[in-house]
Structures are given as C-alpha cells and as structure tokens.
Design a protein around this ligand. Structure first.
Ligand SMILES: [Zn+2]
Length: 274
C-alpha cells in the first residue's frame, strides 16, 4: 500500500512545479475507471469544465496532501493517489482516476490502488476538515514546528497513548503516518508500543529531534525508497526499517528487524534497540 506522507508530498510538489508550471490543461477526465474508494469533491463529471483551459501556476505540499494550483482552481491529491507524469503522453495506463493532458503533449495520470482523494475546487471554497488541518497546522519541516510546539501536542492527551498513536493518528501531525513513523521511532530508540506517559524529558526531546531530522533526510533524499516519485522512480532515501528491510539485520546491532501488526498497520522494529 502506497501512501503520500510528508517526504513524498514535498518531493512531488517540487517535481510538479518544475515540470508543469506554465503548461495549460487541454483535456481532463476524472473517474474514467470508477473506483469505489476514490473520493472526489462534488461531481467528477464537472472536473472537465473546471480544469480545461487552466494553466498550472504552482504546487505545494500540505502535510501528506499534494496540491496543484491552476490559476484559481486547485486540485488536492491525498492518501493513496499515485501521480505519474508522462512527458510524451506515451504509456499512460488505460485505467485511471484522473488524466490531465497538457498543451505540449505531456500527461499527468492519477491512479488509486487502495483508497485516495482527488479533489478539485475553486480556491478558498474547499472546507474539508482533513484538508484544513493539513493546510493550517505547522509542518515538521518548517521552523514553526519547534520543541515548544511539539510539547503542546503532548499536553492533554492520555499518557497511556502509545508512541505510534501519538505521532501517527488524529492528524496531530498531518502527513506523519505509519510509513515515516518507523525510522523516526527507530532513530529515537523508542518502541511504537511505548506509552508516551513513560517517556523521560530527555526521551521526549530525542523524539522531537528525530521527527525533524528523519523527515528532513527523507525529503532531501527525494522521498522514501518504498514510494515512487512523479516519474515512477523510487525515492532516494533508503528506509532503515520497512518492508524492504524486514528480516534483515538492524543497522545498529545486527539483530533481525521484526514486523508486527499493530493498530491497523504493520510496525517494523528492532526490539533490542527500541
Ligand atoms: Zn538493533
């Protein structure tokens, strides 16, 4: 299952802005291959009228959402949307949930494997709560996400909450999901099931620093190697603990990396180091 998280939304927004800024949409089709777990904003049949003739003016990352800006209209791609760019319009998959054709013959195609959102809207009109939180909360890559802010996230929550639940649920940190979580907790030497109420001040600070450092490294690397970029290439950040490394040796102590089902997703750990 592929999911957009902070490093991927930032990588894709940079690549979309580089490739598509200034290009005009000459054809648009949404929901060509109906998919039960793809949601749209309003009627996808209306996307054609909304998008054709518009020029891409930029793109930005909002938590785990990739937002394309098209001169008054925007398009938010979230969760499991796979966005691919085809420079010559060749080899575009026949089944897709959104296809945009540009004036120079290039194509952006979006497909959804598990579930995902492809939402087009007039700027300022979209008031989906998930989107608004992703847009308005501080991004861990930014200076506004500092240690004082991180501590406010811990206030008022139950100390029984696990480290995984704290970091990766309730959109406390939009775009920090079960994917990037693994290397963050490994770097902080904290087990995903550890109750946050048991963390010492020093461990809390270590966790904060790991959130900043690991997300920065993943983003600078062009996303994780378990995910694909705009060209279908895996990201350049080599995951320490992921489906790519499970069963292999822990990079610190050499013991086996374990995979466990926990809270609706797999967690990868070294039970010696965490
Ligand atoms: Zn280890």
């Amino acid at each position: 299952m592929h999911m957009l998280e902070i490093p991927e939304s930032h990588t894709l927004s940079r690549q979309v802005a580089n490739e598509l800024t200034g290009k005009q949409v000459i054809a648009a089709i949404a929901n060509a291959a109906p998919h039960k777990l793809t949601w749209y904003h309003g009627d996808p049949l209306g996307y054609k009228a909304l998008l054709i003739g518009r020029t891409l003016t930029g793109a930005r990352a909002l938590g785990g959402i990739l937002e394309l800006n098209l001169d008054g209209v925007s398009l938010a791609l979230s969760d499991g949307v796979n966005a691919r760019y085809y420079p010559n319009g060749d080899c575009v998959p026949e089944k897709h949930q959104l296809r945009l054709d540009f004036g120079d013959g290039s194509v952006l195609a979006c497909t959804v494997a598990m579930y995902g959102g492809i939402c087009a809207y007039w700027d300022g009109e979209y008031d989906n709560p998930y989107y608004l939180k992703a847009r308005d909360k501080p991004d861990p890559l930014m200076n506004a996400f500092d240690c004082a802010y991180f501590l406010t996230l811990l206030r008022g929550i139950s100390g029984k909450l696990s480290a995984k639940a704290f970091l990766a649920t309730e959109q406390r940190i939009p775009g920090l999901g079960n994917g990037v979580l693994q290397d963050i907790l490994f770097t902080a030497h904290i087990h995903p099931k550890r109750a946050v109420g048991t963390l010492t001040d020093a461990e809390t600070e270590t966790l904060y620093l790991a959130v900043k450092k690991v997300l920065r490294a993943m983003t600078d690397g062009g996303g994780r190697d378990t995910e694909n970029d705009l060209y279908g290439n895996p990201g350049g950040y080599k995951t320490l603990l992921s489906r790519n490394t499970v069963g292999g040796p822990c990079p610190v102590c050499g013991r086996s990396i374990l995979k466990t089902a926990y809270m609706g997703g797999a967690v990868y750990t070294c039970d010696h180091c965490q």
